[in-house]
Design a protein around this ligand. Sequence first.
Ligand code: NZQ
Ligand code: ZN
Length: 386
Amino acid sequence: MNNFDFYNPTKIIFGKGEIAKLKNEIPKDAKVLVLFGGGSIKKNGIYEQVSVALEGYDWTEFGGIPPNPEYQVLLKALEIIKKEKITYLLAVGGGSVIDGTKFLSSAALYEGAEPWDILKNKIRTEVGMPFGTVLTLPATGSEMNSGAVVTNKETSEKFGMGGPGLFPKFSILDPSVVSSIPERQIANGLADSFTHVLEQYMTYPNDALLQDRFAESILSSILETAPRIMENPSDYKSAANFMWNCTMALNGMIQKGVPTDWAIHAMGHELTAFYGIDHARTLAILTKSHYTFNIETKEEKLAQCAERVFGITEGDQREKAEQCIEAIEEFFLSIGISTNLSSYTDEFEGTAQKIAQRFTERGWLGIGELGKLTPEHIEAIVEMSY
Ligand code: NZQ
Ligand code: ZN
């Protein structure tokens, strides 16, 4: 097991009716900006619950943060933060709203001229404006981690940012919110959280017995929850498990002391940047090709996952690894997610070359858990996923 520091200060408030507890968490003298997306919260009652909980506060709002939060839109919120002398941010939404809020938390205190530099130059945020979240869509884990991903529409770039200053002070996780989520987004949440675990697990054995068992238990729990929540998003028991699976998949715990990959996400962000494909679906497109291409180095963990998660007992190690890749693809297909790029766009020719070129230009010359995946390898993997 590798050395590690583990720091996660986010307070989780979990359960039915807990949105009312907002008032216990935000300082009474705060000037609050409530941030949300395209308006789902105004139709499903969440906005109303937040408004009631914020009674007595000095607060204002900014709506319209789109999926894959856009830098250009966020700059408008930044203007309000400065003009209104906001001191506390409250994200009410899914990963996009929470990530947009994290960007604003950082940008509000950033002294440089162009906040895009935080993303472009990978500037770590040590201190941000304090913020909390009310999660409306289980998927990304952003509610309990310190990372964010922001899109620049003008340049078709999607970059990550982060730092210890970007943990939410608190996140309220009320599984009742799941009942209004459309099927497509439920499937996205299942696929994204599943892949988050894979990115931190499907590497090589590192004598981290507990981390492996944690990861496998989250994968198993997602597989068990998936058909139930797809069938009935109003089932509170399934919604509660769905929500907690997603948070635990990316709150830092399972990646401590182990090698991590994240190549699927690095490639996936480019597919979203070029074609606007939902984040989770980009991962489903690339996973099979990535694991097939890298089967030599990932064989032991693939076979372990085959046995422990999918109950595959037949065959030698290589055969088990291959069956694991098939089983993962079947999972994506079972929740209605296509796994080929050509199902999402007709303009896929040349995509692999474009992505490889971008990686070369950015100096991303060796990614993955071994730091050995070159832009040429990336090109081959993306091409396999057409
Ligand atoms: O905008 P509104 O109208 O609210 O509708 C949203 C949006 O259209 C809707 N929605 C959310 N909660 C709902 C609901 N509809 C009905 N009822 C509810 N309760 O769902 C749509 C998608 O929302 P979005 O926030 O975009 O989805 P998701 O949570 O999947 O977030 C995706 C973003 O997070 C980033 C992705 O790259 C992408 O930009 N990620 C962030 C990570 C992190 N910070 O740790 C890690 C991930 O790997 C990922 O990269
Ligand atoms: Zn993801």
